[in-house]
Write a protein that binds this ligand. Structure first.
Ligand SMILES: [Zn+2]
Ligand SMILES: [Zn+2]
Length: 290
C-alpha cells in the first residue's frame, strides 16, 4: 500500500467513523423496560440517525416505549405519522412556547394542532408552556395565549398536557390555576427546586426528569426527585439535548435513559427494579397503553 492509499483510507475511516465516535457507548441494560417520556426523534434524525435505528438501540437497553414530542405543525405531523407506523412510539402535538410568538398566523397553526390531536396515537398536548429565557417581552402575550389554548385543547380531547417551563415556574401555576388544569399534567425536564416540586406534586402533577438530574451542579433536582411520590415520576431524554453524565455535551438519544434512571433510583434510595416498574406504570397512566 502506498502512503497515498494509507492516507486516503485513514481519511475515509475518520469520515465514516466520526458520527459513531461522537455517540456515547450504550449503558448497561435496565432490569425492567421503561419509556422515554419526551424525545425529539426528528431532530436526532436530522443528525443522520434514522428513527427506526434509534428505536432499536433504545429497545436493546430496556427502553421499549417512546413519546415523540412535537414543537410546531410540521414536527407534530411527523410524529403522528411515525406513531402510526411504529408501535413503540406515541406522539404529542403542540406549538412550542418559543415557536408561538414567531408565527404570523397563530390561530391557523393552533387549528392544525387541534386536528392532529384527534389521532388515537396522539396521547398528549405538548410541548407547550412558558419560556422566559428565550422569548422577549414582545412575545410573551402570544406565548401565554398559545399556552392557554393548549390547556383548553388537552381538556377537550382528554389527553395529557406536557409542559415546557423555563424560568417561569410561578407563571405556569398561575395560568394553570386560571384555566383549570387537565387531569394529567406532566412537567417535562423538571427544573425547579424541592419547594416547587412539592407544590406540583400536591396538585397531582407528574415530574419528568431529564439528564440534568445527573449533573453535579443540580443537587436541587435530586432533592426534588427524592421527595416526589413514586407514582408521580417520569424519565426522559429531551434528546438530542441534555445528555446525562458522564457523557454531558455529547449527542443524546433514548438509549441513554438507563443512566438517568439509575441516578433517580440512587437519589431516592430505592432498588433500580422498583424505580423501573414505577416509571413504566406512571408512563402508561399518563399517556395510555402503547
Ligand atoms: Zn422543552
Ligand atoms: Zn422537548
Amino acid at each position: 500500500m502506498t502512503t497515498a492509499d494509507r492516507t486516503a483510507r485513514a481519511r475515509a475511516r475518520t469520515r465514516e467513523g466520526s458520527p459513531q465516535e461522537a455517540r456515547p457507548p450504550a449503558p448497561e441494560p435496565l432490569p425492567y423496560p421503561v419509556l422515554d417520556s419526551h424525545t425529539h426523534l426528528d431532530i436526532v434524525s436530522a443528525d443522520g440517525d434514522d428513527p427506526v435505528g434509534q428505536i432499536a438501540a433504545a429497545n436493546a437497553v430496556g427502553v421499549d416505549r417512546l413519546v415523540q414530542v412535537g414543537v410546531d405543525v410540521a414536527s407534530s405531523r411527523w410524529g403522528v405519522e411515525l406513531a402510526n407506523t411504529q408501535r413503540a412510539v406515541v406522539a404529542t402535538v403542540a406549538l412550542h412556547p418559543n415557536e408561538a410568538p414567531r408565527l404570523s398566523d397563530l390561530d391557523g397553526a393552533l387549528k392544525s394542532i387541534e386536528e392532529l390531536a384527534e389521532d388515537p396515537r396522539v396521547r398528549g398536548i405538548g410541548e407547550t408552556g412558558l419560556d422566559f429565557f428565550r422569548t422577549d417581552e414582545n412575545g410573551l402575550a402570544a406565548q401565554e395565549r398559545s399556552f392557554r389554548a393548549h390547556i383548553a385543547l388537552a381538556k377537550r380531547v382528554g389527553k395529557a398536557l406536557v409542559i415546557h417551563d423555563r424560568d417561569a415556574h410561578a407563571d405556569i401555576l398561575r395560568v394553570l390555576d386560571d384555566e383549570g388544569a387537565p387531569e394529567t399534567v406532566v412537567l417535562h425536564c423538571f427544573s425547579g427546586d424541592a419547594a416547587f416540586a412539592a407544590e406540583c406534586c400536591r396538585r397531582g402533577y407528574v415530574l419528568s426528569f431529564a439528564g440534568t438530574v445527573t449533573f453535579k451542579n443540580a443537587p436541587h433536582l435530586r432533592e426534588a426527585a427524592a421527595l416526589a411520590p413514586i407514582g408521580q415520576i417520569l424519565v426522559e431524554t429531551d434528546a438530542p439535548y441534555l445528555t446525562p453524565m458522564p457523557h454531558r455535551g455529547r449527542p443524546n438519544a433514548s438509549y441513554l435513559i438507563p443512566l438517568t434512571v439509575r441516578a433517580l433510583a440512587e437519589a431516592r434510595g430505592v432498588p433500580l427494579l422498583e424505580m423501573c416498574e414505577a416509571i413504566s406504570a406512571n408512563g402508561e397512566r399518563a399517556f395510555g397503553p402503547w
